[in-house]
Design a protein around this ligand. Structure first.
Ligand code: CMX
Length: 434
């Protein structure tokens, strides 16, 4: 048994009695009420999901297994001195709740290398898709095509006990996560670099290998590591995480679940916002003949966008009520590596311009920037100008968080999800409307 599996087994055995006790002895305690506004309004703020992988405080932002982003980045074992942590080590933290030692992180790196070979048919399927398919249509298609590899399905068909479902789900998760960087890089180079594919380098870690297969030099390996970690998890109510959990709750395997989460991530109100930010900025710069607008001109563009009935991409959030620490982490990276980049300066300028305007408009509950505001800037700077591809990077990270959640869902025996609907007439009756 691998060290990771051994550790997880110990954690799961220790955790199960807590869930059982809550259910058996305190199952009827109320944790939330639901109003008509919440039922019509996307279940916003209703506490009805459980996850221990991460927690999102509206004012503080995300904590991964109890650690803020700066704490996480400081404590994880690093690839190079002063650089970013091993993504594989971060997955150990998400899964077990414990910070890995350098040896544990390196064991994960070695395990990923063994699993990283993507079946050839995946590339044939991608090649058969129209060249102008969106990368976020290609990515989930590739994931779904590997469903026949599922170890969970084999274990389920062999009559494995429900208590052991998590073990084959862990296998599926590690196999899939190890392959995602190669699939993503293939999509990028097939679509945008004349099909000039770069083979993986078996000596590199996940972030390093992704940069290598993308054909982008240092410090893009650190950019990749930073991205995958920052985008991994944001508790379980956001569209991508919830979609993954919901699909898996029917005992659909990891390939079905992760493919589904990617489809949800592809919406412009969610993960696609990172490409929308760049599209919007480029549109503004085109109108200005390539010049960066000054503050007054920026204000005008922001108001024009709002007045035309569109949202300002990269700003606002359903839960957060302050600047997203994932935005801050990327801003710090920009300040260190690309302080004079004109697009960074533009986005940084928006930080002063957009929030007061959103406040004046009075609709958005959170006027501050989210994770997507800054992320395209870094990619653009390192030569990844095909902004349709940005959400794929988000997807690689998010898959780690959702796989971790699904493994624990299985370990704790969470049932199939099935909220109850009511009709409009029932709501009217409850509201006392005749
Ligand atoms: N620009 C303009 N209007 C905005 C806005 C923004 N950035 N953010 C919120 N609003 C508007 C909403 O559209 C809504 O308007 P209506 O009442 O006309 O429907 C109103 O303000 C209230 O919305 P809210 O309660 O503050 O926000 P929601 O929880 O409904 O939505 C989000 C959250 C992220 C979808 C929204 O802020 C938004 O559309 N932002 C821009 C897109 C974006 O950056 N998405 C990425 C979020 C992070 C991620 O998941 O990747």
């Amino acid at each position: 048994m691998s060290k990771l599996k051994e550790k997880l087994k110990e954690k799961i055995d220790g955790w199960r009695p807590r869930t059982t006790k809550l259910l058996k002895e305190h199952g009827d305690k109320k944790i939330s009420d639901v109003t008509i506004a919440q039922a019509i309004g996307g279940v916003r703020g209703v506490k009805c999901l459980v996850t221990d992988i991460s927690y999102l405080d509206p004012m503080e932002g995300i904590r991964f297994r109890g650690h803020t982003i700066p704490e996480t980045m400081a404590a994880l074992p690093k690839v190079d001195d002063g650089g970013m942590p091993y993504v594989e080590g971060f997955l150990w933290l998400l899964l077990t709740g414990d910070m890995p030692t350098k040896d544990e992180a390196l064991e994960m790196v070695a395990d990923f290398k063994k699993r990283a070979k993507t079946p050839g048919y995946v590339f044939d399927i991608l090649k058969a898709m129209p060249k102008d398919s969106h990368p976020m249509a290609m990515f989930p298609t590739a994931v779904l095509s590997m469903q026949k590899e599922s170890e969970f399905v084999k274990a389920y068909n062999a009559g494995t006990s429900k208590m052991d479902y998590w073990e084959s789900t862990l296998e599926d998760s590690l196999n899939l996560l190890a392959r995602l960087p190669q699939i993503a890089a293939f999509i990028y180079r097939w679509k945008y670099k004349d099909g000039n594919i770069i083979d993986p380098n078996p000596n590199l870690d996940m972030g390093g290998n992704f940069a290598h297969m993308m054909g982008i030099g240092k410090p893009y390996d650190d950019v990749a590591r930073l991205y995958f970690i920052l985008h991994s998890d944001h508790e379980s109510g956001n569209v991508s995480a919830h979609a993954g959990h919901l699909i898996a709750s029917a005992l659909s395997d990891i390939y079905y679940s992760i493919s589904g989460l990617l489809n949800g991530l592809a919406g412009p109100l969610h993960g696609l916002a990172n490409q929308e930010v760049l599209r919007w900025i480029q549109g503004v710069m085109d109108k200005m003949g390539g010049k960066i607008p000054n503050e007054e001109e920026m204000k005008k563009f922001v108001w024009d966008t709002l007045n035309s009935g569109q949202v300002i991409p990269g700003f606002g959030h359903a839960v957060l009520r302050k600047t997203d620490p994932r935005y801050q982490a990327q801003r710090e990276f920009c300040q260190k590596h690309l302080p004079d980049d004109p697009i960074f300066k533009f986005v940084d300028g928006l930080y002063n311009v957009v929030p007061p305007i959103l406040e004046e408009q009075g609709k958005a509950k959170n006027p501050w920037p989210n994770v997507d505001a800054q992320s395209g800037v870094i990619q653009w700077y390192y030569g990844l100008k095909e902004y349709d591809f940005y959400t794929v990077l988000f997807g690689i990270g998010r898959a780690m968080g959702v796989c971790s959640n699904i493994i624990w869902d299985r370990a704790l025996g969470y049932p199939i999800e099935r909220p109850k609907s009511v009709t409009t007439a029932m709501l009217e009756e409850m509201a006392g409307i005749k």
